[in-house]
Design a protein around this ligand. Structure first.
Ligand SMILES: Nc1ncnc2c1ncn2[C@@H]1O[C@H](COP(=O)(O)OP(=O)(O)OP(=O)(O)O)[C@@H](O)[C@H]1O
Ligand SMILES: [Mg+2]
Length: 248
């Protein structure tokens, strides 16, 4: 077994009297897709908020490559390679695809250069071009982000998140509201990304999860109720009762 890239130990987070995440422990090995599934309100997004640093846990610890990051803010976590996909609304809709990528890539330059326009930073220009190629956005570079299809916007959004070359990527329901074609495209993109990055994916489409994931974590009522490869999870009686209901 390789060393885990991410470890969560006994994470808990309460909102008032509600325990949104309770005593959740898991490890993620490098690369591939680990999915987090569970019914609405199971605590999946809250768990992501704990991982990304939006919330600090009431209890428990988080480690990236063995380093304790429990108290780090989102920027500190980003600097350690942990990135969360921004919501689509965080794209600049009235800028072009290329401009969005340049702006995201500009952060690769030292802080002093942040005051220069993105289109003058050689580092940003080079990284934006890499992303255009990698994410197959060549035909769209001069289109406004707001004019792209839902699937293309998600592709651009993931490209923007990848600008700083994170090693761990958190994706919360990336196919939500998408057509079948866009869902298929996005799932292929995630699978491909998983070859070079460690991906944590929250997703309601169980078939997609079973297809993509090397590991599945199942949550219900704030707790982790199961973890394993897709087959193990699917055949777990506790999961069938809590999540699949009569569907499986
Ligand atoms: N900021 C908050 N303040 C108060 N309660 C919250 C907050 N965020 C989440 N909750 C509650 O915590 C519980 C877990 O919510 P969470 O959004 O993590 O679930 P989820 O598994 O992502 O659900 P969904 O599948 O619907 O996205 C829910 O009962 C929710 O109402
Ligand atoms: Mg959620």
């Amino acid at each position: 077994m390789s060393q885990p890239i991410l470890q969560a130990k006994n994470l808990s987070k309460k909102f008032g009297g509600l325990r949104a995440v309770g005593d959740v422990t898991f490890e993620v090995e490098p690369f591939g897709v680990t999915s987090i599934i569970g019914p609405n309100g199971a605590g999946k997004t809250t768990l992501f908020n704990l991982l990304s640093g939006l919330y600090i846990p009431d209890e428990g610890q988080l480690f990236v490559r063995g380093e304790d990051i429990t108290r780090l803010d989102p920027v500190g976590r980003l600097n350690r390679g942990l990135a969360r996909s921004f919501q689509i609304t965080n794209l600049f809709f009235d800028l072009t695809v290329e401009q969005n990528l340049l702006l995201a890539s500009q952060k690769l330059d030292s802080w002093s250069k942040l005051f220069y326009p993105a289109n003058q930073s050689p580092l940003a220009i080079a990284r934006a071009q890499e992303l255009i190629d990698e994410f197959d956005l060549g035909e769209k570079v001069h289109e406004l982000a707001g004019a792209l299809s839902h699937g293309e916007q998600r592709r651009l959004e993931i490209a923007v998140t990848m600008a700083l070359r994170p090693q761990i990527l958190l994706l919360d329901e990336p196919t939500q509201g998408m057509s079948q074609v866009d869902t298929h495209e996005t799932s292929q993109l995630i699978s491909q990304l998983g070859q070079s990055v460690t991906i944590l994916l929250i997703e309601h489409d169980v078939e997609l999860v079973m297809d993509l994931s090397k590991q599945v974590i199942v949550m219900a009522q704030g707790e982790k109720i199961a973890q394993g490869n897709p087959e193990e999870v699917r055949s777990n009686p506790v999961v069938q009762t809590a999540y699949f209901g009569d569907a499986v």
